[in-house]
Design a protein. Sequence first.
Length: 254
Amino acid sequence: MQERIQKILSARGIASRRKSEEYIAQGLVTVNGKVVGIGDKADSEKDRIVVDGKVLEERKEMLYYVMNKPVGVETTNVSHAEKPISKKPHQYQKKPPDQTVRDLLPAALRGIVHPVGRLDKDSSGLLLFTNDGVLSYRLTHPKFTHDKEYEVVLGGTIEPIALKKLEEGFELDGSITKPLKAWKVAPNVIRIVLTEGRNRQIRRMCQNVGYTVKELKRVRIMTLEDEKLKPGMTRALTAEEKKALLRSVAIQTK
């Protein structure tokens, strides 16, 4: 599939899209032996894409952080800015104080690391941040299947037949959801493990079998868990957590 070259470089972890554009503008990127320009496309599965060796060395400095996202915070990599209220550029009115995950990041990390996937505004739990495009690609592209576990508080006691229906899957947005793991941990609390990430999937699936989701929290991303991380807090992954996570998505084998 043809994609913009800066998008391919970002997905493969070479650099951010903006930095990739700089490399392309400097003539450091070739496709099948030809220097490419900004906006050119390539097929990463078929074409030979080469970036200057010195540039490739910059990938060594990868950052990995985890946040416990609170309810009411949007998963977006921008902050809500002030908007003009008149034609005079000096007059501004602040938007309602909706927080974003970027607002919760330490200032030194804003614009440096980016959220991998998303949690909707009404959900909470673990959210991974990184500048590692390869990891982001492996955890979000539909062709890969990686576990994400959620704790779901329902509006009523879950019946076995409804739990079984959730596991088997059904049609959403014109296609059948993948089979999943689901089990009861309390009369109205279940755990669900997804290997895909459709829009508001758990809420819609539960509604389909007759239940309203009262609370939804992500408790695990592949090997990554942290029950002690407080809502709104962010921390760096330990060396062991980083190694286990990269192994789990076949980026690192040792």
